[in-house]
Each structure stands twice: as structure tokens, then as C-alpha cells.
Design a protein around this ligand. Sequence first.
Ligand code: AMP
Ligand code: GLY
Length: 419
Amino acid sequence: MKVLVVGAGGREHALVWKIIQSPKVEKVYVAPGNGGMKEAERVNIPVHEIVSLADFAEKEKIDLTVVGPEVPLSLGIVDEFKKRGLKIFGPEKIAAELEASKVFAKEFMKRHVIPTAEFDVITDYVEGEKIVKSGKYGFPVVIKTDGLAAGKGSFVCETQQEALNALDLIINKRKFALAGDRVVIEKFLPGKEISFTVITDGTNILPMVTSLDHKRAFDGNKGPNTGGMGAISPCPYVNTEIYRRIIDTIIKPAISGMLYEGRKFTGVLYAGLMLTEVGPMVLEFNVRFGDPESQAILLRLESDLVDILEGAINGFSPGLKPVWDKKPSVVVVLASGGYPGSYEKGKEIKGLDNLPDDVVVFHAGTEYKDGKYFTAGGRVLNVAAKGETLSEAREKVYAAIEKIHFDKMHFRRDIGVGK
Ligand code: AMP
Ligand code: GLY
């Protein structure tokens, strides 16, 4: 088989790394990929050029395409490929709306009684100001841009002024352009934040092992929100009872609700959840693998990922049951200093040779030139390992990180600590 992976980050490197291990796969392409994805051939097409990607897949007779990021899914890459009879893993555009529109997701959850924070949808500033000033949701209050905003469209506002500033930014200043045409104002949910990932064929679900992201930039969960600074698997907060409630009150009703509404959902459903006093509640739905959660998950998958991806497309066969390594995994993101704000690129990365065999380095934002690696993004590398225990996995990862260096390298030292 020839497989095409769409995307360029650590998540896509993990997908490439896992897919090439399948005995069915002869060759993996990645569009556009990054300098570290040595297992694959890079194709110079950006992720949003869905017609060019389909042209490439047609020309190269790609047997399976796997999409990493949400943008091509929301643009309808799956519809474009299916129209041409090309096999692709992921939801169609109308199903991807679960991530691409927070208004759709919130109203969908309300229709299907899926636990989520109380909310209002507004389209103008005065309306929003009235709700914020009424104190209806108290403080903090959460203000969210409807459309995709590269993870920057949600604001947890401690005070009335902060909430008004967020509304002003989205509605009056048009910071997110059309994505900000509608705004969700919702109640703040206190609790522990986790994510939960399943793969579905539209009817049946295959839960992945649990994982936990570390979203804040600095140790002790301080600093700005990022795309994720590290992940561990399993998630220490999900016991059997919580697991059952997530499946029964969130995942199953979401999948059957989408089917009922004529938006059959196939692919990855990755729910951002808050474990509150009254049970797990949904913060957001994503229609793709998490980054870096999927690196922690895929490291523990012993089964052939391609069988699972094909199962999601064709309908799962009854016997399909993924086998997981019991050993926990840890992934630490090495980022460029300044990320998630502005940062410099083009720094030479040293120390990637001679790392132990049981440490895996996924490249997230690198370029390769004249035999050397250089930084090319905010999140640069993901250093990952499994261990008999979480602390053994941590020790392996942090010992490897000691050997890696680039100017202004930043990482959290507490991924998985105290868990
Ligand atoms: P979202 O874009 O919906 O994932 O929100 C981004 C981040 O804001 C989440 O990862 C949470 O940390 C936080 N957040 C979003 N909604 C809420 C909420 N209702 N209560 C508490 N925190 C929230
Ligand atoms: N780690 C957060 C995300 O993938 O959205």
C-alpha cells in the first residue's frame, strides 16, 4: 500500500512512524511534512490545498490518505477525495463542523443532552455586553470564537473588563475575521481538564488509551495556553467509573447524534473534557488526533494502525480490537523560546544522534539542510518513551533531553510529575 499523511507536525510524524511499521505499507508520503520525517517522502503541497492533494493522490495511486490537522477536514478534503473514489480517513465536511463551529457543537450537545457548560450565542457586541454585565454566568466567564482560530479563539475571562475586551477583540476588531461572526459565551467549569479519543466508523467506537495533555507553557501549569507542551498516557484521572460515564454520556450520544442528524461521523473524535463535581463535561470536540496526545497514544499501540484506519472507513469488523502496551508513555515537547508568542527559527539542533533506542524523537517543526537539523516552528521536537512506570518513562525522556540542544530551547520539566 501507498499511504499519504497530510500535515507537518509531531502528530503527523507519529502517524508516519506508526504507519510505516505496518507490513501492508510499502511507502508513505507526507504533505508537506517536515525535515525530520525521514521515513516518508515529502510532497510540497500545503494542507489547505485540498484539490492539489487529491490530484496528487490520484496521480500516485495512493491507497489510503490520513489527515492530521483540522483545517483540511473543515475545508472538505474527505468529500473531495471520496468524490474521486480515493480512500481517506477522517470526517466529511458536515461532520467536521463539530470542531469547525463551536456554535454548532454547543447546539448539537444541547439537542442530544450531552453534558456541557450552559451558554449563549451572540452576534453583536451590545448583546454580549448585556449578558456579561448581567453576571448571568458569574466570573470567570468563557468567551469563544465560533470558527477555527488555531487554538487562540477561546478566552477564560476573570473579570467583566476582560470579558468585554474579548468580545471587543472578536466582534468589533474582527481579530478572527469571519470565524468571529458568532460568539459563544459560556459558564466556566472548574475541574481537571482531560482529553478522550476514540476512532469510529460512524456507528461503532474503538476507544484509544487515555491521555493527558499539558497545555500551559510553563511548569506548574502556569503561563499562556499552548497547543500542548507534553502528554502522558494513560490519564491518571480517568478511573473505571469516569471512563464509563465518558463513553455513555458523551461519546456514544455524540456518534449516534451525528448519525441521526445525517452527519455520519467517521474518523477520530477527540473530546476535550472537564472532570467536574457532577461528572465529565465537554469543553470542545475535535475531529482529529490531538497533538501531542496522539504521540503518547500511538507509542502504546501494538496493533497495526492501518487496520484500524481502514476499519473506520469500511466499517469495523467485529473482531477488531486494538492491543495496547500496558507500559505508560511520556512525551515532552521541546519548543522555541517565546512560543506560543513570537520566536526565532533557523537554530541548529544538536545532539539528536546517539540517543538510546528506546527513546523516540518525533519532529514537529524542523528543517534538514546539509546534514544538519534546524528549528522551523514553535514546537520543534517531541521526545517520547515508555517505561515500566510513569516515572521510569519520564527519566528516560528527560535524560535524552539533556543531550539535545538548540538556542533558546524551552520545555517543561514537570510533564507527568505527581501523576
Ligand atoms: P477550547 O478552545 O474550547 O478548547 O478552550 C480552550 C481552553 O480554555 C480549554 O482547553 C480549557 O482550558 C479552557 N476552557 C474552555 N472552556 C472552558 C470552560 N467552560 N470552563 C473552564 N475552562 C474552559
Ligand atoms: N493538544 C491539543 C490539541 O491537539 O488540540
